[in-house]
Write a protein that binds this ligand. Structure first.
Ligand code: ZN
Length: 143
């Protein structure tokens, strides 16, 4: 990625910032200027929770330039709990492919090696989230 482009998208890469339509409520990631659902241009910046589930995943063994030192790694299509699909590397995953529907959460990690501009790029990845955390809301004592 070009450095100016990374600078412009740093909110998206560090904080998982996208947009949300004030018209229909749909969330978008990366951020859009026009809602793909209702064509409204009335969008606001929205920081996603970072929680979601694996939609699909694949193992990358032949990595593109800038990612060679990280290979092999797993790339997943993650369905955020607010709706959008995000493609990201999985962190700390070992070499097991996660099952569809597995709960994941966003973490900030190094996403590619230093290149000609000498910048090591950090950004979002996802890691497996213990299923128990998804039911923590049910732990309140009964009245
Ligand atoms: Zn909309």
């Amino acid at each position: 990625m070009e450095l100016p482009r990374f600078h412009r998208l740093r909110g998206a890469y560090y904080r998982l910032e996208g947009s949300r339509c004030r018209g229909c409520g749909a969330g978008q990631f990366p951020p859009r200027r026009v809602c793909p659902g209702c064509r409204s241009g009335d969008l606001e910046t929205h920081r996603f929770s970072g929680r979601g589930t694996v939609y699909s995943a694949t193992r990358v063994t032949q990595a593109p330039r800038g990612y060679a030192a990280l290979a092999p790694y797993t790339v997943a299509l993650v369905r955020l709990e607010e709706g959008p699909l995000v493609t990201a590397q999985l962190a700390d995953g070992g070499d097991q492919l996660p099952a569809a529907g597995s709960p994941v959460e966003m973490v900030t990690r190094k996403v590619r090696d230093a290149e000609e501009h000498g910048l090591i790029v950090y950004g979002y990845k996802f890691r497996m989230r213990p299923a128990a955390e998804t039911t923590s809301i049910a732990k309140e004592p009964a009245p």
